[in-house]
Design a protein around this ligand. Structure first.
Ligand SMILES: N[C@@H](CCC(=O)N[C@@H](CS)C(=O)NCC(=O)O)C(=O)O
Length: 222
């Protein structure tokens, strides 16, 4: 195993694994990957070799083990001299709040819209909770783009951990045909999906053969 190794789940489904992977790639960190297939009888024992928390992602740096995606984002940023977060401190605080809101929230959206990179034209029933989550994400994305867009195409201008946190929601909006986003949010989602840095992850997701039944949500749309 290389010194810095990110233990991930399925590329197609593991939204929490994708987040640190995307930031680490953007930061130019060299790391190996070890995939553990989700929803299999051996998953628990396989992941227990790395983390007692029993979930992916896990970052292994020699003797050090870091679990929880948001802690991995912080550690990766530190490895890169703090480049994972914007400057100055006030903007960094806002970026951390935006990232933490995704890490700790939007449970209804994550349950209704499992990340499924391969999926297109899926439709799930709209609920009040789902609509509220979409509206809040729209406000977050468009607010950041309006205030910081002059500095680059990402939420805070240059790519940051906040962008990594919201990348899975871009795939979700693509799979479930989400409507109701404003023009700034739609443009941001298009930027995130077209990001060449994440292309290898998408290729790996498309090449995977495994399916996870409970993440195959939504009937085929019209
Ligand atoms: N709070 C954790 C969530 C990690 C998580 O739920 N990972 C999923 C895969 S995306 C997992 O390991 N699921 C396997 C299981 O719960 O058995 C984080 O941010 O890293």
């Amino acid at each position: 195993m290389s010194k810095l190794t990110l233990v991930v789940g399925n590329y197609n489904y593991s939204s929490w694994s994708l987040r640190p992977w995307a930031l680490m790639r953007h930061l130019g960190l060299a790391f190996g990957e070890h995939r553990i297939v989700l929803d299999t009888p051996s998953f628990a024992a396989d992941v227990a070799r790395y983390s007692a928390a029993g979930k992916v992602p896990v970052l292994v740096d020699g003797e050090l083990v870091v679990w929880e995606s948001i802690a991995i984002l912080e550690y990766a940023s530190e490895l890169a001299g703090g480049r994972g977060w914007p400057e100055p401190r006030a903007v960094r605080a806002e970026a951390r709040a935006v990232a933490a809101e995704m890490h700790g929230g939007f449970a209804a959206l994550r349950a209704a819209y499992p990340m499924n990179i391969r999926a297109r034209e899926r439709r799930v029933p709209m609920t009040a909770e789902l609509a509220a989550a979409i509206a809040r994400i729209d406000a977050l994305l468009s607010g950041c783009r309006r205030r910081y867009g002059a500095g680059g195409p990402w939420l805070f201008g240059s790519y940051s951990a906040a962008d990594a946190m919201y990348l899975p929601v871009a795939f979700r909006f693509q799979s479930y045909g989400t409507t109701g986003l404003g023009s700034e949010s739609r443009a941001y989602v298009a930027t995130a999906l077209a990001d060449p840095v994440i292309a290898p992850w998408v290729q790996a997701a498309l090449a995977e053969k495994e399916t996870v039944a409970h993440d195959e949500a939504g009937a085929a749309g019209p």
